[in-house]
Ligand binder design. Structure first.
Ligand code: CFM
Ligand code: HCA
Length: 539
């Protein structure tokens, strides 16, 4: 079956909703938007960051996944102990493809290990604090790490173990940095709560502990880049070529030492707004460090982001160097784009991923001339969808910035980080960023929050996209319906897809997938099984 771009999406929506109980339908109606295009005041509201109705098969994960797996997962020199049943820890063992490159052969890298207290029934009844203490001691005796962190999973919250007092006690006893995260899986409605807990914990316990990473003229932190499939390596390469010093990345290819020094940078650049803007805002408030939003997914977006960083520093030599790098990097990317485009142009994509990629990856599909027919986040908040106004930052003299602790109140003018609206219009720089998924959608498209398996199948049936992007739980049902499926979480063992080289990899991958004939031989369950079709029709 051919893809169908002219399908009546409002009808598809009402068909989907008609199968739900009234209350569920009312809730889902707010989370499914048809043709949400339009900028400025016409941006529609979306229901987001709300509880999934029990019984619906969601793509979402839990708070613990967001804290331990996502934010702390890519940091190699911390022993992450999961306090909970072994299954919780095993779940998070190398399932996210965050790569790492230790500085030397002897530098610590605990990422390949899986540490857990392995709580048993007996610990649930009598408490697990002793066991946690023992686990910390054992990890210390075997590995001698400089940092240990502890993550609570659901049962710990239910029985009330005080992991923080255990951490404090062991920190005192062992003389190393030990801290805990109360990131029980059930907290919040998705991974998102875990991001927030992780940000707060790193900020409180690590950021600002050290200031020995020196040197570099243009010092930045890259926030919200997790080195999936080696993305951070490509971005590191580009920044290095531009002469921009990366003090720390939160948290792709990272170390605790980098976090500890991150407050000494001049600027925070934020890539995944969903998971890490908390950190940018806390650093702005406490250390007076401005932040800007960037995106290294897509060749044009990468070039634009580099220019935005250079613009912030207002330095001619940096600007020249950035332009040199762009001029050198773009031609081979453009060539690859031009080769891929005739094979991809006009095809349809659907993207349902986490909290920022369903938006960022549309850049790459645009470059291929493909239309994103439907997109949505698992756990994005309204600002990720609708966008929020971000005023450009003004340069702050790093020397006048008190990196110990800035009191914003003391001298608001000196430490003001963002231009006011009056200043913007005075400079003619009346540019306000309005960044969000909905403003970028084309007419006759869907935006769907927390899409379910049932909705996924119905939309595939109606539209038959040329490629569907999501995660491992969705992969095989999508392929069984005869649609090529690209994982945008793990990249299916491919990547990197960020930066210039990443764009070329992505063009090739999507060209290969959308031009393969094998998918036309697969019959969807509803195509080959009349009984199933009848069951569906009967609802
Ligand atoms: Fe940010 Fe991420 Fe994402 Fe995310 Fe994630 Fe991820 Fe994702 Mo999976 S931090 S919101 S919680 S970009 S793990 S690297 S791929 S769902 S879209
Ligand atoms: C997570 C991590 C995840 C899962 C990906 C997937 C990732 O949310 O726990 O479902 O394929 O990127 O690894 O988002």
């Amino acid at each position: 079956t051919e893809s169908n771009r002219d399908v009546d999406l409002a009808k598809v929506k009402s068909e989907i909703l008609s199968k739900y109980p009234t209350k569920v339908a009312r809730k889902r109606a707010k989370q499914i938007l048809v043709s949400p295009s339009g900028k400025g005041s016409t941006i529609p509201e979306i229901g987001a960051n709300v509880r999934t109705v029990p019984g619906i098969l969601t793509q979402r994960g839990c708070c613990y996944a967001g804290c331990k797996g996502v934010i702390l997962g890519p940091t190699r020199d911390v022993v992450n102990i999961v306090h909970g049943p072994v299954g919780c820890s095993f779940y998070a063992w190398l399932t996210r493809r965050n790569q790492t490159r230790p500085a030397s052969k002897d530098a610590p890298n605990y990422m390949t290990y899986c540490f857990t207290t392995d709580m048993q029934d007996e610990n649930i009844v009598f408490g697990g604090e002793k066991k946690l203490k023992q686990a910390i001691q054992e990890a210390y005796d075997i590995f001698h790490p400089h940092t240990i962190s502890v993550f609570s999973t659901c049962p710990v919250g239910l029985i009330g173990d005080d992991i923080h007092s255990v951490c404090r006690e062991m920190k005192e006893t062992l003389g190393i940095n030990i801290f805990g995260f109360s990131c029980e899986g059930y907290k919040g409605v998705s991974q998102s709560a875990g991001h927030h807990i992780a940000n707060n914990g790193i900020f409180k316990n690590v950021v600002g502990l050290d200031d020995t990473i020196r040197g570099g003229e243009f010092r930045i932190n890259l926030l919200g880049e997790y080195n999936i499939g080696g993305d951070a390596f490509e971005i590191e390469r580009i920044l290095d070529d531009c002469g921009i010093s990366l003090i720390s990345t939160f948290s792709g290819n990272s170390t605790m030492e980098q976090f500890a020094n991150s407050h000494t940078a001049d600027l925070n650049v934020v890539m995944c707004h969903r998971s890490i803007t908390y950190m940018a805002e806390m650093m702005e408030k406490k250390y007076g460090m401005p932040w800007i939003k960037i995106n290294f997914i897509g060749a044009r977006a990468t070039a634009q982001s580099l220019r935005k960083i250079a613009q912030y520093f207002e330095d001619d030599s940096l600007t020249a160097r950035v332009e040199e790098v762009i001029a050198r990097e773009l031609p081979p990317v453009t060539e690859a784009m031009e080769t891929a485009r005739p094979l991809c142009e006009g095809k349809l994509a659907m993207l349902f991923v986490g909290g920022s990629r369903a938006h960022h990856y549309q850049e790459l599909f645009n470059e291929l001339g493909m239309k994103t027919m439907a997109a949505g986040y698992e756990f994005g908040h309204r600002d990720d969808y609708e966008g929020r106004q971000v005023l450009p930052s003004i340069k702050v003299d790093a020397d006048s910035r008190n990196i110990e602790e800035l009191s914003v109140e003391q001298d608001p003018d000196k430490y003001r980080m963002r231009k006011t609206e009056e200043e913007l219009s005075a400079t003619g720089q009346a540019y306000r960023e309005y960044d969000g998924l909905i403003p970028d959608m084309k007419p006759n498209t869907f935006v769907i929050d927390d899409i379910s398996q049932y909705e996924t199948e119905k939309i595939i049936e109606a539209v038959k996209p040329d490629v569907f992007c999501a995660g491992i739980k969705e992969k095989y049902i999508i392929q069984k319906s005869g649609v090529p499926m690209k994982q945008l979480h793990s990249y299916d063992y491919g990547g990197p897809y960020a930066g210039f080289k990443g764009a070329v990899n992505f063009y090739r991958e999507i060209t290969r997938m959308t031009n393969s004939k094998v998918w036309s031989y697969v019959k969807a369950p509803w195509e080959k099984d009349p009984e199933l079709t009848a069951t569906y029709a009967a609802g």
